[in-house]
Design a protein around this ligand. Structure first.
Ligand SMILES: Nc1ncnc2c1ncn2[C@@H]1O[C@H](COP(=O)(O)OP(=O)(O)OP(=O)(O)O)[C@@H](O)[C@H]1O
Ligand SMILES: [Mg+2]
Length: 352
């Protein structure tokens, strides 16, 4: 059975740019898919197609069991969207923004107000709740935008780079909110450039680059595919570096690397934790005192570099322009989606 978010062969071109070049997705109900990729990879375009705001040139998509191309209005009633750029009404206060969204979703005035108060607290905006949103900092606007996306709890949510621009504390808090949502049964597609975020939140990860899914799997599967497990040892005294290096090379599956100034020796291995115990015993037997030892698994950054040949944050040229274009679109988009139940917006077409 297809999942709560399902797409097959999505293609979307803007002039010569193939923003989506045959994307397939399948997100089981109640899980989080992390769509991970550098600037211009096609993440926002995918979100816009799946949230009915942009028609693909080819392919099909089903969200919450409803055909996105055939019944966009129905899809809009079943989803929540927080776009890449906060879409709040600057001249309304935070509280008014949230209350308005509730009323657009046909809540009574009283329920909408109560929900607004609850969300202002949850997103640490209670003190600023009665100030116009134009006086908010970037991080506050982003939080208000996310709160607005959560006024009603739709079964399927899309969040386009939800934590970009948030400080570490707010990012951590948002992660908790997301985890609670998902524990409550919500299906979430989240885009991010933060490998750590996908690692932390997503059940499954799709790595996209140039409009194509270049890898998919759980964080562990992606890391295992990259290989790159290694043992790192920091010896207590510089004179033990040589002996420790000998020991590590005995266990290693490749060249060892020595950093003299930090007294750190690293060697690629296979065999995991069991091997680590043996290394420790051997170092001990040879009288090497150690300050630190660990089995390092590859990070998603390593995964990305091994898949694409470049780091995730390295923007391709032209990505900036796409960001501006796609950004304005996604900002408008998220407001429209929220107004869905009152007034279904026209499907927004690509900038010609
Ligand atoms: N409305 C548009 N008109 C023309 N080109 C566009 C438009 N929207 C997106 N693109 C192009 O499509 C490609 C994918 O853009 P998209 O916004 O989906 O990337 P993204 O992965 O969301 O990037 P970012 O991390 O910067 O948000 C880019 O090359 C971009 O320039
Ligand atoms: Mg984007």
């Amino acid at each position: 059975m297809p999942g709560a978010i399902y797409a097959e062969g999505l293609v979307k071109t803007f002039g010569k740019v193939r923003a989506l070049d045959g994307v397939d997705l399948d997100v089981p109900e109640g899980t989080v898919l992390g769509l991970l990729g550098p600037n211009g990879a096609g993440k926002t375009t995918a979100v816009r197609v799946l949230t009915t705001l942009l028609r693909p040139d080819r392919g099909s998509a089903v969200v919450a069991g409803i055909d996105v191309l055939k019944h966009p209005d129905e899809v809009r009633r079943s989803i929540g969207l927080s776009g890449q750029f906060a879409a709040v009404d600057e001249y309304l206060t935070g509280r008014e923004n949230l209350t308005m969204v509730g009323q657009l979703y046909q809540m009574s005035g009283r329920d909408a107000k109560a929900r607004a108060t609850e969300l202002l607290e949850r997103f640490h905006l209670a003190d600023a709740g009665d100030r116009p949103a134009k006086t908010y900092s970037g991080g506050m606007r982003r939080r208000l935008d996310l709160a607005a996306a959560l006024v009603v709890s739709p079964p399927v949510m899309f969040m386009d780079e939800p934590t970009t621009g948030l400080d570490p504390r707010n990012r951590q808090q948002l992660w908790e909110v997301i985890q609670e949502l998902v524990a409550g049964g919500t299906t979430l597609l989240l885009t991010t450039q933060y490998l750590e975020e996908a690692d932390h939140l997503a059940h499954d990860i799709c790595v996209v680059d140039h409009g194509k899914v270049i890898a998919r799997g759980t964080s562990d599967q992606l890391k295992a595919r990259t290989g790159g497990e290694r043992v790192e040892v920091v010896v207590h005294a510089a004179e033990h570096i040589g002996t420790a290096d000998e020991v590590l090379r005995g266990f290693g599956k490749g060249e060892s690397k020595i950093e003299q100034h930090t007294r750190k020796i690293t060697v690629p291995v296979t065999g995991g934790a069991k091997l680590l115990a043996e290394v420790i015993r051997e170092l001990d037997a040879r009288g090497v005192e150690i300050d630190d030892i660990g089995l390092r698994r590859p990070t998603l950054d390593d995964v990305f570099i091994s898949l694409t040949g470049h780091a995730a944050e390295a923007a391709e040229s032209g990505g900036e322009a796409g960001d501006a274009d796609g950004g304005a679109g996604s900002g408008r988009a998220s407001r429209s989606a929220r107004r869905a139940s009152k007034r279904a917006p026209e499907t927004e077409e690509s900038a010609k």
